[in-house]
Design a binder for this molecule. Sequence first.
Ligand code: BLA
Length: 510
Amino acid sequence: TYSPQQVDLSTCDLEPIHIIGRIQSFGWLLSFSSDWIINHVSVNCAEIFGLDAIDMIGRAATDFIAPSALHDIRTRLQILGAGDSVERIFSIELLDDGHCFDIALHASGRSFVLEIEPSETGRRRDYVGYVRPMIDRLRTCSTIEQLCTSAARHLRALTGFDRVMIYRFEPSGAGEVIAESLNGSVDSFYGLHFPASDIPAQARRLYSRNILRIITDIDDPTVPVVPATSPQGEPLDLSMSGLRAVSPIHIEYLRNMGVKASMSVSIMRRGKLWGLMACHHYSPLRLSYSVRTAAELFGEFFSYLLDQRESDYSYEKRGQSMRLHDEIMARVAGGDSLLTAFEDFADSIGKVIAFDGIVGWVDGQFMARGSTPTQAQFEGLARFLNTAGASTVWSTENLSTVYEPAQHYSDVAAGLLALPVSRSPRDYIVLFRREQHREVYWAGNPEKTIDLGPNGPRLTPRKSFDLWKEERRGFCKPWTGDEISAAESLRITLLEVVLRLADAANIERE
Ligand code: BLA
């Protein structure tokens, strides 16, 4: 038993969603060993195989599948790679009764899982053929914002969801809707923030392996997979399944939101979950496996293009910081000291990293420009910075939480980026940013999740997603990864300059 005190956000992370033991009812699932003996079935299999699911266990899967289908399946099993790959066959006559199915095959432990869905009937549509022009459109987008908006629009056109969002994770794990496409009758979520606990850690890990999930109807009673465990006591791992039933906690979340069906496609960047293409529908929505496959493919291409755009941007920034290095070195070679050239340096640095104020603190000399602490205040701050170490840049968006005296000047310098420019902690170039008073709009009060709900001793999704405004005080505009790496290379340049100037001074003295 749990006491309410023990129920914190980490209990969300403990729910074993990959072994939930149920699938959604829009398909059928069976698993078999490498010698084709059926070891798990979803109980609805009776609908297509005409035999009670329980009676299928222990029989050969080959007894149920038509020879030509079996041939195709066998071939696919041979090419099924190690790891998380899934083989798909569309429009296969599984039972030789004229019915076409779409199937997915993947390995789970020592078994193979066969997932079956009805093929789309009527006018057959080549969805994969749609993806090409969608991607061509994306290629013409030059900014990340355009790219995301265009992706949301195209994914909505392909799938028909009422709301398609591009949701980006922040380093804290919370996230923001950065682009959206809507059916005119639903509310916008654009710009809204959601707390990290909405998508717990194990779900994120799973979503970086299996990149698409759909919930066709939150009221679907779902179907058990039997037996619950193998003779060895192991449940069937459904991590790579496309039919897996989802966590009841998440169903409650969607219900509280008023959403009936959802889908999300993972946006991966360099092996990490960057965000989600998150889709909502206000009535049940079943998408065929071929549409989902097209959506998945589109998501993968979108991820590549996004990575390319972000890399182009970083590359441009790197170029700028290299030019800055050259500029500074040229000036020092021309005989300027760091002190006499401070104003010029400040200008050059400002082209690469925006700041509101800058301080140079070299050999006990204080030089300042723009919005900075006073010399007396800075001397205290420099001692604090000494404790952060001399070998790398150090930054904060909110100085006063780590260094209390900064409260007295948080209006002029809420955050800083410090570049130690001598080998011992002593000399610095410090960039300051003013407070950026920011209002963060949350979809519901993110702290209001600490309740025990119908799903037992776990946190309950919040009931209200009404706009909740957080006033963010004392923070400056965040220093980006590109800015921090530019500062790091700038630091190396300045270190060289300071050493060179010190050498020159020594030579003069001798
Ligand atoms: C899963 N939570 C998810 C998913 C999304 C969100 C997108 C993936 C499943 C899907 O596609 O529907 C959250 N949905 C969002 C967010 C937006 C959105 C942020 O549309 C913003 C636009 N959820 C809670 C709490 C817990 C929780 C308190 O609020 C835990 C106690 C759990 N969320 C939770 C779990 C899953 C989940 C367990 C995994 C569901 C599964 O795959 O089984």
